[in-house]
Design a protein around this ligand. Structure first.
Ligand code: AGP
Length: 597
């Protein structure tokens, strides 16, 4: 996946390149193995470089001329990271430059045809066919906008594309199954993969739809459909401010986002729990009835949230299954009109999850997305959408969105089954303050200090805590690059116990629920093998004798202890990674949303 930006307006030359650089730095979470920009004037000037944005910055001249520009930050799919494979890509004569997020599936066929016509290619990318297709249409006499449309009509796959042409002051763009938003400022127009790229300049946004084309010039914007007819799209005001999208003084986005969880949870809860009749109302789900059965499809952290959510539904007598989205196969798994397929996806752009939801749509199942990003592909392509309202999450490691997903799914399980209680609502409402108290008092940094040199980290929990054990391990792996595993605690003795030594701390979720006794038994098993025990617990007095360290969480409803326990685990991973000097917000090899299958 990649991030794209386009701009035209009152900022020209070096100021224009500054707008693009600022935008790209907000989009770097989408990919950061190379970056580039193109500025159009009488000619098109292209600057690009392998590596992070700082490398690109060094290639920029001190003076620049131009009125329209595009930029790109890349996460490689076709061709390794290199200066040549970095976007923008240009046509043979250099008149056209293009940035692209997505995959052109038929690029080989297009490339063969273009090469047969004499076009010469420089990169290994699928994207490079686009500027050549535009150039071919221009040479046949098309105007730039028509040439752009004609080129796009040849593409198969997913794309958000923006292009500039020399001697033309417009940026042309379109989307198909990849995100693209339009920002409208004072005599300034922006196109980007995500809103934070231009939030510094404007909060007026148009969420473009698949198949729409947009051209921005210094004097205005035109949105058209596939047939070329003008389309009137609503302009929405984004409620996030630039502070939300920046680091606000924290060293890392991840730490900022961990600390934003009380606010995120308040937003997620806003207007949904009703004390009066002890019910949960989710306005956007009006009309959605109690389902016969539910399939959850999700990846990574969202999959762990789905495992947690599925248990909540099962407890209400609803048959549920949870699938890694990449393994969801409607031909092999019984799905029918009585099945509600729920895609849990922070970004709403994860290709595996979208693929599973599309398959469910095809077969006639009801579909629902639980997502954070307004106007994302998942939201557009499902029958229903529930927003988790966590606000922008920039760190690649999902933190606040996981907590918000857990709370959203807890509410969903009650809203769709009608089974709720005053105690449930009271406990839900208490969560933001309880998370705050963990953030204020956590000893996670001390625990991280003690175990930073450990050989590996294990995480165990039972029942509702089991998904959090998996999540604790995923977070530790992704940001520390160290070996970590999570297990439902009962499984340890069936194999993983062989890995446990005095150099492998075991983080044990010991909450005072019906699993407490059995959990203690599992802890004793690792304790007797000499492994250090870190208890994450709401009953510290009962577990202290079995633990080398205690990370305490406040007492809550038995269903919400995993939400609180996870906050402590996030902090431990963060502080271990920080001690190790890792690239916490942009771990190696990863990207924020993975738009390839
Ligand atoms: C979590 O820290 C990861 N960034 C990753 O596992 C992520 O949760 C997964 O790629 C799914 O993303 P989504 O929620 O945007 O669909």
């Amino acid at each position: 996946m990649c991030g794209i930006i386009g701009y035209t307006g009152t900022q020209m030359g070096e100021e224009l390149s500054e707008v693009l650089m600022n935008g790209l730095s907000s989009l770097e979470y989408r990919g950061y193995d190379s970056a580039g920009m193109a500025i159009a004037n009488a000619t098109v000037s292209v600057y690009k470089s392998e590596g992070e944005l700082s490398e690109l910055e060094q290639t920029l001249p001190t003076t620049l001329e131009g009125i329209a520009g595009i930029g790109h930050t890349r996460w490689s799919t076709h061709g390794p990271p290199s200066d040549t494979n970095a976007h923008p890509h240009t046509s043979c004569n250099g008149r056209v430059a293009v940035v692209h997020n997505g995959i052109v599936e038929n690029y080989q066929e297009l490339r063969d045809a273009l090469e047969a016509d004499g076009h010469e290619f420089e990169s290994d990318t699928d994207t490079e066919v686009i500027p050549h297709l535009i150039e071919a249409a221009l040479e046949r006499g098309d105007k730039p906008e028509t040439a752009f449309r004609r080129a796009i009509s040849r593409l198969e796959g997913s794309y958000a594309v923006a292009a500039v042409v020399s001697g033309d002051e417009a940026v042309y763009a379109t989307r198909h199954q990849s995100p693209l938003v339009l920002g409208i400022g004072d005599d300034s127009y922006f196109l980007a993969s995500d809103v934070p790229a231009f939030l510094e300049y404007t909060d007026n946004v148009v969420y473009l739809e698949d198949g729409q084309f947009v051209s921005i010039t210094p004097s205005g914007v035109e949105i058209t459909n596939g047939q070329g007819s003008l389309v009137d799209m609503p302009v929405e005001t984004v409620e996030w401010d630039i502070e939300d999208a920046g680091k606000s003084g924290y060293d890392h986005y991840m730490l900022k986002e961990i600390n934003e969880q009380p606010h995120a949870l308040r937003e997620c809860l806003r207007g949904r729990p009703r004390e009066l009749d002890a019910s949960i109302e989710i306005d956007e789900l009006e009309g959605l009835e109690r389902p016969e059965r539910v399939h959850f499809v999700a990846c990574g952290t969202s999959y762990h949230a789905a495992l947690y959510g599925a248990r909540l539904f099962r407890e209400q007598g609803i048959q549920t299954n949870t699938f890694l989205a990449s393994e969801y196969d409607v031909d092999a798994i019984p799905v029918d009109e009585e099945t509600l397929v729920v895609g849990v996806t922070q970004s709403g752009e994860t290709a595996d999850t979208l693929g599973a939801l599309r398959a469910a749509n095809r077969i006639g199942a009801e579909t629902l997305s639980v997502t954070n990003v307004v106007g994302c592909s998942a939201a557009r392509e499902t029958d229903y959408v529930m927003y988790i309202r966590a606000g922008p999450e920039i760190g690649v490691a999902a933190t606040k969105t996981f907590a918000s997903q857990q709370v959203a799914l807890a509410m969903l399980s009650r809203a769709l089954t009608g089974a709720c209680s005053s105690a449930f609502i009271k406990a839900l409402r208490a969560l933001p303050d309880q998370v705050q108290s963990i953030l204020d008092t956590s000893q996670a940094a001390t625990v991280a200090d003690e175990y930073v040199d450990a050989d590996a980290y294990f995480f165990i929990g039972r029942g509702y805590n089991a998904p959090v054990a998996l999540e604790g391990a995923l977070k530790m792996k992704e940001i520390t690059y160290k070996h970590a595993e999570g297990f439902p605690a009962g499984e340890l003795k069936h194999g993983p116990l062989a890995l446990v030594t005095e150099r492998t701390p075991v983080f044990s979720m010991l909450t005072g629920d019906s699993n407490a006794e059995k959990m203690l038994g599992n802890v004793r098993e690792v304790e007797s093998r000499g492994a250090p025990i870190v208890a994450v617990t709401d009953v510290p007095a009962q577990v202290a004798t079995h633990a080398d360290h205690v990370l305490e969480i406040p007492n809550t409803h038995r269903l919400f202890a995993p939400i609180l326990a996870n906050i402590q685990l996030q902090l431990v991973s963060y502080w271990v990674a920080n001690q190790l000097g890792r690239s916490i917000d942009k771990p190696r090899n990863l990207a924020k949303s993975v738009t390839v299958e």
